[in-house]
Design a protein around this ligand. Structure first.
Ligand code: GLN
Length: 474
């Protein structure tokens, strides 16, 4: 079914030639058939089937609808609060948590007729790059089950790669959409910071968290982003709706695309297969008369990972402070209040969350604040400025998304630094708040390789128009 665009599916549903119930039931059959990939935490079956029947009835009664996602099933990462199933963030801390309200992003999708069929696996609290850090299961890569799908939105990437649903949603704080998209050979979109409301999404690092989408084609990506983006009174960081993504695209302002290859992303750490695929991609751009290609040196990028792993944990330590197990979450009461906190947090959080809480608390503590947190903020400003300068001359910046194809399960779990290094090319976009997309370009040795394309803040429509231009050519 998913070889067709969402728009084509919606047209058939509205014409009465495709039943929503059948579409949704097909999704559950596919989830069942793909169980061994361990990508689903919970199904939202009862709610989904009821919604499907209601929509089918509307069609049968001859009601007209202009809902653009009418009857389209999707899967949400399990850090979006949602009705119909628990919301766990793949953490023991929230294993029994029933959300009292729903994320704005999901509500907006539902308001356009989309149906959430399941919640997907992730690294607990979205900390990780492989989905191995889930407290419940390890998701497998669709191309090689001995490898990871990437993370932290691994389950959502797998759902689209296996064509279980036409689209899935995820969060991206340091690469969690683009990196798994690259490992699973699908499109992964991370918008400008503030373009999509984060109300009802479990906070990780609030100055970098963004909401985005996985799809198999640009039209679907653009349509879903159109529905999800826009100002929300429930999230004061959302941008004015004049910046929202629009589908179909507006005509491009210029017929020439100025593109720069980020040289700093092509050093020795890049796997030869990734480098070879990327070089083929670059040679295709070079031969395109509508593309002006050059190289750029962004010196500050070499500090991006270090800055990310200071600022990220500082914000995580603060955001995870709310999990005390008193009002919600894992609870194992003891004699004193202090012991209760200790027991709830010791047992509820996994090792990675604790590591980040400790690093974050350390870099924010008196005596170390200036040396770590403040210094990192200053370097972040330099990185932001570096990008601003670059976008004065270039429309888009490109590079590989990840230095390697999908790695083996267990390969990077012993040393956290090994895992952190797989984010080395994705964190800068979050620090700068700019939009970034992963496009699959190759399957070297049957493992997907992706390229990332970045644009300046709020240039999301231009970025998607360019991605659309490239689709089919690369
Ligand atoms: N892999 C990165 C981390 O562990 C990014 C995670 C994310 O984007 N949620 O912090």
């Amino acid at each position: 079914m998913n070889s067709q665009t969402i728009e084509a599916l919606v047209t058939q549903i509205k014409a009465g030639s495709l039943s929503v119930l059948k579409l949704v039931e097909d999704c559950y059959d596919k989830i069942e058939a793909a169980q061994s990939f361990d990508f689903i935490i919970a199904e939202t079956k009862q709610r989904a089937l009821e919604r499907a029947k209601t929509l089918d009835q509307e069609i049968a009664q001859g009601k007209r609808s202009n809902k653009r996602l009418f009857g389209i099933p999707f899967i949400a990462k399990d850090n979006f609060l949602s009705y119909g199933a628990k919301t766990t963030a793949a953490s023991k801390m929230l294993a029994n948590f029933e959300a009292p309200y729903q994320a704005t992003a999901i509500t907006k999708l539902e308001d356009e007729g989309a149906i959430c069929v399941a919640k997907s696996n992730l690294d607990a609290f979205a900390h990780g790059s492989s989905t191995e850090n889930s407290d419940f299961m390890i998701t497998k890569n669709p191309y090689d089950v001995t490898r990871v799908p990437g993370g932290s939105s691994g389950g959502s990437a797998v759902a689209v790669a296996l064509q279980v649903v036409p689209f899935s949603i995820g969060t991206d704080t340091g690469g969690s959409i683009r990196q798994p998209a690259s490992f699973c050979g699908v499109i992964g979109y991370k918008p400008t910071y503030g373009l999509v409301s984060r109300s009802g999404v479990i906070a990780m690092s609030s100055s970098m968290d963004t909401i985005g989408v996985f799809t198999n084609n640009i039209d679907d990506c653009q349509l879903v982003m159109d529905v999800m983006s826009g100002q929300d009174p429930l999230d004061s960081t959302t941008l004015d709706s004049k910046h929202k993504i629009v589908y179909p695209s507006l005509p491009s302002k210029s017929s020439q695309f100025k593109v720069a290859v980020i040289k700093n992303y092509l050093d020795d750490a890049v796997d030869p297969k990734v480098r070879a695929s990327f070089n083929v991609f670059v040679s295709k751009l070079k031969s395109d008369p509508n593309i002006v290609l050059c190289e750029i040196d962004l010196q500050s990028l070499k500090y991006a990972l270090a800055v990310y792993y200071v600022l990220g944990p500082a914000e995580i330590a603060s955001n995870l402070g709310r999990y005390d197990g008193l009002r919600f979450g894992y609870s194992n009461p003891s004699d004193s209040i202090e012991e209760t906190y200790l027991s709830n947090r010791t047992n509820g959080f996994g090792a990675e969350a604790k590591r980040r809480i400790m690093i974050g608390t350390y870099v924010l503590s008196s005596g170390y604040y200036d040396a770590y947190y403040k210094k990192a903020q200053k370097v972040r400003t330099i990185i932001v400025d570096n990008f601003k300068q670059a976008f004065l001359k270039h429309d888009f910046l490109i590079g590989p998304t990840v230095p390697t194809p999908a790695f083996k399960i267990g390969q990077k779990t012993k040393h956290s630094m090994d895992m952190y290094l797989s984010d080395i090319m994705t964190v800068a976009a979050n620090l700068a708040g700019i939009p970034d997309i992963n496009l699959p370009i190759d399957r070297a040795n049957n493992l997907p390789v992706g390229v990332q394309i970045m644009a300046n803040q709020t240039q999301d429509n231009q970025l998607l128009a360019f991605s659309k231009y490239l689709e089919g050519k690369i």
